[in-house]
Design a protein. Sequence first.
Length: 432
Amino acid sequence: MEQIVFTGIRPLYSSSKRNPNEIRIRIRMRDLIDPDVLRHAVDTTMQRYPYFCVELQKKDGQYFFVDNYRPIAITNSLHGVELNAEESNYHMVAFAYQDNWIILDIFHGLTDGTGAYEVIRTLLYYYCSERYGVKLRDEGIRLVGDEITMEEWEDPIAAAADLPVPTRSQMPKALNLIEKAVLQDDQVKTVYSVAIDETEFMRFSMDNDGSPGTITALFLSRAVAKLFPDEKDPIRIALCVNQRKALHKPKAHQSLVGGAMLEYKEKMREWPLDRQATAYRGMVFAQTMDEVVLAGANNLKGLTQMLLSKPTDQERLGISAFIGKSTDEMLTATVSYVGKANYKEAEKYIRDFRTWTGATGNYLCVEIAAVNGRFTLDFIQPFSSPLIVNAFLKQLDDNGITYDLQDVEKLDVPNIRLPWSEYPGAGVEERC
């Protein structure tokens, strides 16, 4: 089935060699990976997700995802392969493995964390069933043979009509961590992975009238405020919001992510933590009401239509770069929490779970995963300095929360080969 690229257009034009707009999920299993079993599990899994087995094509100025019947690439490598290129068989999704790690790479314009979790849930069911010779329960897991309804295929934002008109408001520039910490010369993208016991963090969050996402955003806000107590620029954290509920399309596969803006206001800074958490929760509640989320979806739709109204890729790239710069100026950081992974019985075979994103912009992003009894917070930074992470860990210490700094790694996300990468002129290397 041919799909017009609509919500995926903005991620496509905002992708670059330095910031590939891609989700990378890294899973460390209990045992060494069996490549034959993995090959069978991937092939079976992708039969269930035909809308991800596609190739990007351009016709009359419009981009389409068209059926791609070539095999999904699986490589014995932690780096993986370039998407939308010969080595990935021109797919926008690929898998990799090494030792006991399994890796999924997928274009963020094809789906979001919610959609990627569904693929992983299916993959782990098939892989673990065969690898360990067990019959796992399949409730809540999408499997081959299921009916794939139009709700899974159709882009709900492109199809939506009568969306609420977004309120126009001018946000002041947010505190920029790179500028304030004088990190302009530190451009080594780095991931700090922090593990916290799930039961302990959930209890702390509920005791303080918060959730894992809001408490993480609050701790990050407090950490930044401690580091820069005299700065007047607002500390503003975007907490990612799943738009499917408001759109009444829970099965949609597209990248459907909005954001709730959490501003650490000056008057809040002397409040006790529980009162701050209540304030943040109130901000989230107000910004996740259906009408507000749908207005945000309408804003995305308008930006997409504006991009598509331009006849050339170069014009669209220019507009996208302007939008990206404006977004960077509005944010201090982002926090993303899909929710409890719920990989069912397969979780007992998982030892570590990491969520990386390539397009971090010029701000820090914290990706939260809840798998096999613990939260893993991946601090994805456009710099290597531990300044912010250390300040965040101090917040955990001050509040009696036990944690484990698991590792520090250079962010390694494969490139996405883009259609305009062959254009002559300055900046090609950054765009291809």
